[in-house]
Design a protein around this ligand. Structure first.
Ligand code: NAD
Ligand code: TYD
Length: 336
């Protein structure tokens, strides 16, 4: 199989490329990534010489480039490429529409013209909006009710996927996963930001009361689920993916502080995120029942392994945090 992975230099995409090459050595992977601030070829270090892997730098919204790539023959498409950070979408919403909506449409359109056997769109549970404490987890039937510019752009892309399936019979499948954690996550998201800040004895900016809830999954479990959906999922379907590990942000913070032997004094309750979704929780019984997928990594073990990874890979995150990202961080948190 020849597989186009977009956004494969980011957090989940790079873990997925590694997973594919490890588990399906006969597959051929083309990784198309624009290398925005979040894309990093160091996430793929060691793969450069693999005969069945090729990196192409480019934009998923560039129809001419897509034409050339698809013209060389592709069987499957897995679309991770996106602007992915809610806080950045609040700062600069317009930027999110180009990649997340127009880019996805350009990919769908090219996939339609050339014909692929599967188009897998990587979406998010954030398209469902927010849950109260009492409600059960989101199912695939929950209505889309996105609250941030990021989640609205992802929901729009999901609807385009639906339209390409209904109108053109393009074999599209959409997955909606909960919050991921693990190696190579850009240190702007909660877990890697707090681990790396704590390691450097820098403050941990907890938004509002810190009692917001996310449903956490180790990135490798997400990759295993995606591979199963890619090969065995049903056209036109949506599959929720989650590991049933709900935690408040303060609980996450405490796990990190305890493991690193750091003091609670590092916690700073800062101004809340506007429109902050209170709780996400995913009901993943459909993928479990239909495809037999189960999460394999428990939250505690996954967090210990992840914290150890950031301890071992200080050079990786130090380079990121001392560069352009430092200015962004000061702007975001300097006045909170
Ligand atoms: P990320 O920000 O780490 O990586 C995104 C990648 O896309 C980067 O390598 C970037 O360079 C690339 N990219 C951005 N714009 C591009 C463009 N126009 N053309 C080509 N490449 C482009 O994101 P992530 O956390 O790995 O998320 C990957 C996907 O998974 C996203 O679609 C996101 O919505 C979805 N998702 C993420 C999570 C999570 O917890 N991180 C959960 C559910 C779903
Ligand atoms: P984040 O990692 O940005 O993921 P998402 O918003 O897509 O769920 O945030 C996870 C949770 O952590 C969310 O409730 C916001 C909160 N948070 C903080 O309290 N402080 C921070 O510095 C960040 C980045 C997030």
């Amino acid at each position: 199989m020849k597989i186009l992975v977009t956004g494969g230099a980011g957090f989940i995409g790079s873990n997925f490329v590694r997973y594919l090459l490890e588990v399906h050595p006969d597959d051929e992977v083309v990784n198309l990534d624009l290398l925005t601030y979040a894309g990093n070829l160091e996430n793929l270090a060691g793969l450069e010489d693999a005969g069945n892997y090729r990196f192409v730098r480019g934009d998923i919204a560039d129809a001419g480039l897509l034409d050339r790539l698809f013209g060389q023959g592709l069987d499957l498409v897995v679309n991770f490429a996106a602007e992915s950070h809610v806080d950045r979408s609040i700062e600069d919403p317009g930027h999110f529409l180009n990649t997340n909506i127009l880019g996805t449409q350009a990919l769908l359109e090219t996939a339609r013209r050339y014909g692929v056997t599967r188009f897998l769109q990587i979406s998010t549970d954030e398209v469902y909006g927010s849950l109260s404490e009492e409600e059960g987890g989101f199912t695939e039937e929950s209505p889309a009710a996105p609250n941030s510019p990021y989640s609205a752009s992802k929901a729009a892309a999901d609807l385009l996927c639906r339209a390409y399936f209904k109108t053109y019979d393009l074999p599209v499948v959409v997955t909606r996963c909960s919050n991921n954690y693990g190696p190579y996550q850009f240190p702007e998201k909660l877990i890697p930001l707090f681990i790396t800040n704590a390691l450097a004895d820098e403050p941990l900016p907890v938004y509002g009361d810190g009692l917001y809830v996310r449903d956490w999954i180790h990135v490798r479990d997400h990759c295993i689920a995606l591979d199963q959906v890619l090969r065995n999922g049903k056209d036109g379907e949506i599959y929720n993916i989650g590991a049933d590990e709900e935690r408040t942000n303060l609980e996450i913070t405490q796990v990190i502080l305890d493991k690193l032997g750091k003091d609670k004094g590092l916690i700073r309750h800062v101004k809340d995120r506007p429109g902050h979704d209170r709780r996400y929780a995913i009901d993943s019984s459909k993928i479990q029942g239909e495809l037999g997928w189960r999460p394999a990594t428990g939250f505690r073990q996954g967090m210990m392994d992840t914290i150890d990874w950031y301890i071992r890979n200080e050079a990786w995150w130090n380079k990121i945090k001392s560069g352009e990202y430092r200015q962004y961080y000061e702007r975001m948190y300097g006045n909170r």
